[in-house]
Design a protein around this ligand. Structure first.
Ligand SMILES: C[S@@+](CC[C@H](N)C(=O)[O-])C[C@H]1O[C@@H](n2cnc3c(N)ncnc32)[C@H](O)[C@@H]1O
Length: 307
């Protein structure tokens, strides 16, 4: 979910250092459970998002093919297949294990035959691989590509006239605890946010083909040739006391934070994180009554004009 570690909304990821970037390389396969659990929590929000995307299409535009690019475990690919019942949905991702998850999920939901997958390293463009589409969705993925404008140009380029490109990014941070949790120094979350921002900036500069550019998503979509560019923000809002799946998501999120950032954290905040992650502590995420989940996602979208 949002700041993902990677992702902005998923928080920092597991570093594995395979390309020598020991702090910012992300092992997406290891994050499969976390990504799918996070997606499961978001399904109602994603359904509402899919309905809003339908409204952005040119009037009467028939949707025959949708792409979910950087699809992870394919949660939105399946939601889009449900929303656009006459369409084929194709999940595109660089992590084969996540594409396998997508197919398994589609089977469980009775969508096999309607959801396909395609393996692609997006930092190398899309070629003609996934073909044209009426709707292209890409959530929390474009910021993992060095050249964000180049990626948007490519995604806009596969749209049929009247089709929509929608890119979801976390503009606002996720919140899950009050300012004062009766443990450590108040204001833990803004301090964690600041560390994640530093991590994120470093992660971007280490990406292959990194191009420095401001995150002006509407301007980037306009430069990609789209019109009617717009944005809306959705909110995953799960109030306290949290049900078990949301507690599990928070536990995973904080575990990744502690693993990837504990060296940068002040000792007091490290102790606070340890207590929050202690399954036997009444002050831990597993038991506390004040944990909630407020996770905003901003969707930027534009339409490919008629030729
Ligand atoms: C933060 S996850 C987002 C997953 C899903 N879209 C969501 O919103 O939950 C980023 C996804 O982008 C994929 N990804 C990252 N860099 C990629 C690349 N260069 N080529 C293909 N996929 C990539 C990862 O495998 C991962 O599934």
């Amino acid at each position: 979910m949002s700041a993902d570690a990677t992702t902005r909304h998923h928080g920092p990821g597991h570093a594995h250092g395979s390309r020598g970037h020991q702090h910012t390389d992300i092992d997406w396969e290891a994050m499969a459970d976390t990504l799918e659990n996070a997606g499961d929590l978001r399904v109602p929000v994603l359904r509402a998002t899919a309905a809003r995307l339908r409204e952005l299409l040119a009037p009467g535009h028939e949707v025959r093919r949708v792409l979910d690019v950087g699809s992870g475990p394919g949660v939105m690919a399946c939601v889009l297949a449900e929303e656009f019942a006459g369409a084929e949905a194709v999940a595109v991702d660089g992590t084969p294990a996540l594409l396998d998850r997508t197919l398994a999920r589609a089977r469980r939901l009775g969508l096999d035959g309607r959801v396909g997958v395609r393996h692609a390293d997006l930092s190398e463009g899309l070629d003609e691989g996934p073909g044209t589409a009426d709707l292209v969705w890409s959530s929390m993925a474009v910021h993992h590509l060095g050249d964000q404008q180049g990626a948007l140009d490519t995604l806009a380029g596969v749209l049929r006239p009247g089709g929509v490109l929608a890119v979801a990014e976390a503009v606002l941070p996720t919140r899950f605890l009050p300012r004062d949790i009766g443990l450590g120094k108040p204001g833990l979350q803004p301090r964690l946010d600041a560390l994640q921002e530093e991590w994120f900036a470093l992660m971007r500069t280490e990406l292959p083909g990194y191009v420095a550019a401001s995150d002006d998503w509407p301007a980037m979509l306009t430069r990609a040739g789209l019109t009617g560019v717009t944005a809306f923000t959705t909110l995953l809002d799960i109030p306290a006391p949290l049900p078990a799946p949301a507690r599990g998501y928070l536990r995973d999120f904080l575990t990744r934070l502690r693993e990837s950032m504990s060296e940068s954290l002040p000792a007091e905040d490290r102790r606070t994180l340890d207590t929050l992650l202690d399954p036997s502590s009444p002050q831990g995420i597993a038991h506390r009554s004040d944990a909630f989940l407020l996770a905003p996602t901003t969707v930027f979208a534009g339409v490919r004009p008629a030729a």
